[in-house]
Structure formats: structure tokens, C-alpha cells
Design a protein around this ligand. Structure first.
Ligand code: CMP
Length: 146
């Protein structure tokens, strides 16, 4: 199905502009479409809201601190099955594990730690909608999914 998803390049990646360029090039060469792009710098409250489902996890404070440590590049991607496409391209949460099992994925190549894993991707159509509206607003979301 034609889908949209939210990809985030987290603060550790933005600190390396050459990495950002290379990743954006990869996406553009894949056939998936970058519908919107926006650099955001979240407040603590915004990061807490975005990750509300993790509020009770042991890593929550660490996660919020990381996501407010610098700017984040938010990218609205659209294309056929783009939600799972982007999640496969990122790999799973833990970079060290990915370096052993899936060394070509983005988190294996760029991720630093379980917290500083460099990328985010929406996990379902519902999450993608909520996250895209959170970052880009409802009117922009409507444009993306047209
Ligand atoms: P993601 O899986 O996209 O969403 C939840 C985020 O919390 C995750 O990326 C990491 O940035 C962070 N995270 C997940 N698991 C851990 C962990 N075990 N320790 C620290 N941070 C984590």
C-alpha cells in the first residue's frame, strides 16, 4: 500500500553533516519520496510527548536528554510500504547487536549506543499519522497522504 512515515535523524547524526548528505542521497536513490523535511529542536516537553509510550521505561530520561541535546532532522517519507522499508533500512534498536547480525543497516553503520541509535522510524500506519501530525501539523499531513 502507498504509505507515509516519519523518519528522524537524531542529534548525533546531525552533528555530522557529511553523514546527513549521504543518508539523504541513499533515500533519494531508493525511489522513495521525501515529501517534507524540517529541522526541529525539541524542548523537554515535546520530547516527552513524542515518546510518551516509553514514559515508564528505565531509559526514558536518557532518551529525552539525548533527543533534546541538539537539532533533529524530521523527514516525511512516502512510497509503497515505506514504513517497513525505512525500518528495515534502519535496522533494530541496538547498534552493537546490528553490527553482528545486519552490518549494512544504518544503525549498524552509524549508531553509537542503545540510546544514541541515530534514527527513528514510525512502527505502524497509526504511529506514522500521529508522529507526522506532531511534527508537521495536520494540514501538511493531509497533503502528504494525498
Ligand atoms: P527507538 O527504538 O526508535 O525508540 C525508543 C528509543 O529509546 C530507542 O530508539 C533508543 O533511542 C532508546 N532506547 C531503547 N532501548 C534502550 C535501552 N535499552 N537503553 C537505552 N535507550 C534505549
Amino acid at each position: 500500500a502507498l504509505e507515509a512515515t516519519l523518519a528522524l535523524l537524531k542529534p548525533d547524526i546531525l552533528a555530522n553533516p557529511a553523514f546527513v548528505d549521504s543518508i539523504i542521497n541513499d533515500i533519494q536513490n531508493s525511489g522513495m519520496k521525501i515529501a517534507l523535511r524540517k529541522q526541529v529542536f525539541w524542548t523537554q516537553g515535546q520530547a516527552e510527548q513524542f515518546y510518551a509510550e516509553h514514559r515508564r521505561r528505565f531509559f526514558f530520561d536518557r532518551l529525552v536528554k539525548y533527543m533534546t541535546s541538539g537539532p533533529v532532522e524530521a523527514i516525511a517519507l512516502s512510497g509503497p510500504n515505506v514504513i517497513s522499508w525505512w525500518r528495515q533500512k534502519m535496522g533494530a534498536t541496538r547498534p552493537a547487536q546490528m553490527r553482528m547480525t545486519n552490518p549494512t543497516c544504518l544503525r549498524a553503520r552509524y549508531g553509537l549506543t542503545d540510546t544514541r541509535n541515530s534514527f527513528h522510524g514510525s512502527d505502524s500506519v497509526e504511529s506514522a499519522k500521529r508522529e507526522l501530525v506532531f511534527v508537521f501539523g495536520q494540514p501538511a499531513y493531509k497533503q502528504i497522504i494525498l
